[in-house]
Design a protein around this ligand. Sequence first.
Ligand SMILES: Nc1ncnc2c1ncn2[C@@H]1O[C@H](COP(=O)(O)OP(=O)(O)O)[C@@H](O)[C@H]1O
Ligand SMILES: [Mg+2]
Length: 379
Amino acid sequence: MVVNIEATLRSVAAAIDAAEMMSGSEVKTVWTGIGGSHIDGINSRGVVAVTGKGREIGPSDIARVLEAARAVVIPMDRQILEVIPQSYIVDDQKGIRDPLDMMGVRLEAEVHIITCSGTSAQNLVKCVNRAGYEVNDLVLQSLAAGRSVLTEEEKELGVVLVDLGGGTTELLVYTEGTPYSITTIPAGGEQVTRDISIIKGISFENAEKIKIEAGCCWKTMLGTGAAGSPLEGDDDVIVPGVGGRPPMPIPRSQILTIIQPRMEEIFGMVKDELDRLNLSRPLGGGIVLTGGGAQLLGAAELANQIFKMPVRVGTPLSVGGLVEEYRSPVYAAAVGLVLEGNDREGKAGPDRSGGPSPRESAPDGIHKKFWNWIKGEFF
Ligand SMILES: Nc1ncnc2c1ncn2[C@@H]1O[C@H](COP(=O)(O)OP(=O)(O)O)[C@@H](O)[C@H]1O
Ligand SMILES: [Mg+2]
């Protein structure tokens, strides 16, 4: 959520400047991720009669049925972010992924509609515009993250993406290859940092530094040492003194006792949400943790104990040319946005989309051959 337009637009401009410098390309338009507690997802359906020649389902029938499915009443202050087709029913045949060219009289679509607060979306677009760039489209951040870290197999089996961000934790459930539910939990890594800051009486910035360098939420992982940190085992962490007091050493195990309960609480809220979904099948793909918070040492181990399901940390999957540094869960959403933008602009790219999307039109004829060649050659 944008809480300060001026500060946000400065960050946007600085980030894009850095990206331009690094890539040597000029940026004019951007694909912008959106997330937060104002996001909501609902399942809906629509039905139409097939009008195509000889009752053969054509692209216009599919467009009409999706249009019908999105005709739900949403409050005035909300807008539709995305309509994701889950599956189609042709006459009595259920579970059809792509009904194009099938014969039928009645076409029904099951869709997942994602809505967001209109003002939140407008503020975000305004910041990007005022920084001097145009927004191509707003894309749900967790969908983008899912795109870069989940495998097709996981999506088919059913998987939960838990995107541990700063202020929020976003949940994206895939079943049978398509998004089934999207939920936001209003707690994230900032709460963990705030706990350390309050309990140890230090600034938020120092607490954040300690969390990243020495934080852990699973006891046996203390022996491993945080990534890029020289700390090992139950070494002491030096907590800076405030107001002239001398710095004090505290054991890492004490930091663990501050972090673990909060992480348990966050995962507990995720579990409550999952239990509420009443899924008809177990989620065979397990849990995939991503976002900055997934880097916390022991996060996967703790999650495994709470969910009693296989858990892995999701980093962006192979994308041509991505520097090692960015193969980290923090960049899952950003890499996903790049893939999404690339796809929607009709350029070649590894296709990780879960099922057909109304916006994705397949390149045709000679172009298709060319793109397939590019794909085969470079991806
Ligand atoms: N190495 C790390 N260990 C623990 N937490 C981390 C680490 N790196 C980042 N985080 C936390 O991840 C959160 C930010 O995640 P991010 O996905 O970038 O946020 P958002 O998607 O909300 O912008 C912050 O709370 C930050 O403290
Ligand atoms: Mg994130």
